[in-house]
Design a binder for this molecule. Sequence first.
Ligand SMILES: Cc1cc2nc3c(=O)[nH]c(=O)nc-3n(C[C@H](O)[C@H](O)[C@H](O)COP(=O)(O)OP(=O)(O)OC[C@H]3O[C@@H](n4cnc5c(N)ncnc54)[C@H](O)[C@@H]3O)c2cc1C
Length: 265
Amino acid sequence: MRRSLDVVIVGAGERNLLVSDKVPGPELELALHSAALWQTLAQELPSSIEYERKGGLVVAQAEDSLAGLSATAAGQRRAGVEAYDLTAGRLREIEPHLAPGPAGGCLYPQDAQVQPALAAAELLRSSVRAGACLWPGEEVVAILADRAGAVSGVRTARCELRAPVVVNAAGTWGGEVAALAGTPLPVMPRRGFVLVTEPLPRLIRHKVYAAEYVAYARAPRAVAANPGKVGEGVRYGAALARAGVRVRTRRAVTEVRGDGRVGRR
Ligand SMILES: Cc1cc2nc3c(=O)[nH]c(=O)nc-3n(C[C@H](O)[C@H](O)[C@H](O)COP(=O)(O)OP(=O)(O)OC[C@H]3O[C@@H](n4cnc5c(N)ncnc54)[C@H](O)[C@@H]3O)c2cc1C
């Protein structure tokens, strides 16, 4: 259902829309809702946003990872996710270019991908067409409150905007914007790498990733206990530019080889 509201938006490669990496709970509920919304949006927005519901394939290299993956998938199925356990043989049929030796995996047909920069631009265009005002490059420097302490708008460097509802969509900076309203919101940056390969024929059909990655990413304590990761956090942002990137691909589940090259065997 669409409702008419006055909306002002202030502020300044391909990405995954995954349900597969969420465990039952609010984040998975949100991911399922989001997956359904993207299917509808993809029909309304131009095909240039490159939405593709290609399905996700989670690959477990070892038997213990596979047991963990199967248990996670069973819980996800109870929460409404489509998830199909796969043997090593079936994995290879579905993705012939997987690195050798996986114990098994799981197929998630609801996983999709989109080109985020184009999708964001198209969403902004359609918001403006529907009557929203767009003020790019406008930093929120204060949150306004009424006498009762309820949020009543924002102040930017240039002006004040009064609004009964303010949405904090500042991403990594969300904690800083929340702090302007006196609300603690523990949003922390986490570094990620994107490996861009030379142009290749299509080798991989699904969103393929390692079961071990999900287990690791879901355990903040394990990340914090790893001195290398803590070091990465301390150097966040600067290391790439200073030292260049050393690619470590030994855990890769596709044919990305240890020498940092990508290709057919
Ligand atoms: C390498 C990498 C790969 C990733 N891959 C995936 C993936 O495959 N799938 C996935 O779901 N997620 C992925 N993520 C995470 C994803 O990119 C973020 O979760 C997502 O971009 C957050 O979107 P957002 O709109 O909430 O915030 P952002 O995209 O961070 O946008 C926040 C905006 O708020 C603006 N802003 C900040 N402060 C203020 C202020 N005071 N006033 C006004 N404006 C302000 C910023 O300029 C920015 O434009 C990846 C991240 C990285 C780094």
